[in-house]
Write a protein that binds this ligand. Structure first.
Ligand code: S3P
Length: 439
């Protein structure tokens, strides 16, 4: 058993946040840039890769599979191609990354051979039947631990066949696992998506030359992929909007604050939290530098509660912990519904966030698929356990900076999954008159 409370941070409010910064490269795009580079025949160049441990795990996995990765500062080259890749002797360890285990499982099923995967305690609790089902239908054989639904697991394939798969849940990870597998399958693989989710996989596979097409129909999208080879691409990865969200909310909920986050990814289904915050009365300014990236500035605001509906959830799924912090600082009651998927993230984010927000004095009602959050009386400092969940650790420390007293976040080490420099960025933006944060 690892220690859930490893690493502790104490933060004392009330702070102001001022300045500008860049956040790590987008995590979803970074995982895919590495996996797609590993499959591409030739040398791909990557700039701006996420510095988090999750993406380091992806680098290690593609190296184990046989891709040649070279790192020089911020500049990474990957020499890949199917002829270089083969099943390794060792088990592939994904650490804390649910995205990696699901995408890589699809990718290796398409390559063929026998591969074993494991992860940390959090990953090994997360549901995997969602990828086992379509991959098995395509012809892979899966032996899994526990009830057959969790990692560690071994996946063996000797050639896959394309399928048509109606997505039973909204999940970009599941969609991507099937598309990666489809790249190595006979015939056409079709994913039918009724609720849109982030589109990085289909866009990036298309950029690398995959035979992929997306048909948008009235009530669904059909994404079709054929077996094929990929060519190298030069990637320049913008900052991660999910990390930017922490600083933007920090500025909105604290007095005398103004923060600009430069060059973040602004495509839809990833930056939708910005519209939620604007609807709450947040003072946000967006300056687009390209179609899908730009700078965002947030200034101290008086926020009002909002209703977050089920259809909005896939576009803000990773920002709900920090949006719930914004909700605690808003007047009125914010409701979030249709978000049951939050229960199977790095932690059960509904129950862990409910417990965290209550420790600050907020009134939170917990539902199977969401929460109702009311500021209640006077907020005070909290004591939070991050449960191996980076986003819980970061969201709670931002709330700690907006309230009186000293907040303690246990299990703070988890932030390294996605944002190793979170504390130094926190310190550089905080301009309080008195106390300090002690990592
Ligand atoms: C991700 C998809 C989402 C998200 C995760 C990253 C991706 O998960 O929560 O952090 O990169 O595809 P689901 O697809 O399981 O919703």
């Amino acid at each position: 058993m690892s220690d859930h409370n490893e690493g502790k941070v104490a933060i004392s409010g009330i702070r102001s946040f001022n300045g500008e910064l860049r956040v790590p490269g987008d995590k979803s795009i970074s995982h895919r840039a590495l996996l797609i580079s590993a499959l591409s025949s030739g040398v791909s160049q990557i700039l701006g890769l996420s510095s988090g441990k999750d993406v380091q795990a992806t680098r290690a996995v593609i190296s184990r599979l046989g891709a040649k990765v070279n790192v020089e500062g911020d500049h990474i080259t990957v020499e890949g191609g199917r002829r270089l890749l083969k099943p390794p002797d060792e088990i592939l360890d994904v650490g804390n990354s649910g995205t990696l285990i699901r995408l890589a499982a699809g990718m290796v099923a398409g390559l063929g051979g026998r591969y074993s995967f494991t992860g940390d305690e959090s990953v090994n609790r997360r549901p995997m039947a969602r990828i086992f089902k379509p991959l098995t239908e395509m012809g892979a054989k899966i032996e899994a631990s526990g009830s057959g639904d969790t990692a560690p697991f071994t996946i063996t394939s000797h050639g896959l066949n394309g399928i048509r798969y109606e997505m039973p849940i909204a999940s970009a990870q599941v969609k991507s696992a099937i598309l990666f597998a489809g790249l190595g399958a006979r015939g056409t693989t079709t994913v039918v998506e009724h609720v849109p989710t982030r589109r990085h996989t289909e866009e990036m596979l298309g950029d690398a030359g995959a035979l992929i097409e997306v048909e948008k129909l009235e009530d669904r999208s059909e994404i079709r992929i054929e077996r094929g080879d990929l060519h190298p691409v030069d990637y320049d990865i913008p900052g991660d909007p999910s990390q930017a969200a922490f600083w933007l909310v920090a500025a909105l909920i604290t007095p005398n604050s103004q923060v600009t986050v430069r060059n973040i990814y602004l495509g839809d289904l990833r930056s939708d939290f910005i519209s939620v915050l604007e609807r709450m009365g947040g003072d946000l300014e967006i300056i687009r530098k390209s179609q899908n990236s730009g700078d965002v500035t947030a200034r101290s605001s008086n926020l009002n509660a909002t209703e977050i509906s089920p259809k909005e959830i896939p576009g803000i799924i990773d920002e709900i912990p920090i949006l719930s912090v914004a909700a605690v600082c808003a007047s009125g009651t914010t409701t979030i519904s249709g978000a049951a998927e939050l229960r199977v993230k790095e932690s059960d984010r509904i129950s862990v966030m409910t417990e965290a927000l209550r420790s600050f004095g907020a009134k939170v009602d917990e539902f199977p698929d969401g929460m109702a959050i009311t500021r209640g009386g006077q907020l005070h400092s909290g004591k939070v356990s991050a449960h191996l969940d980076h986003r819980i650790a970061m969201a709670s420390s931002i709330l700690g900076a907006a309230v009186e007293g000293e907040t303690e976040v246990l299990g703070f080490d988890s932030v390294a999954s996605s944002y190793p420099n979170f504390v130094s960025d926190l310190l550089s933006l905080m301009s309080s008159n008195d106390a300090s944060s002690r990592p």
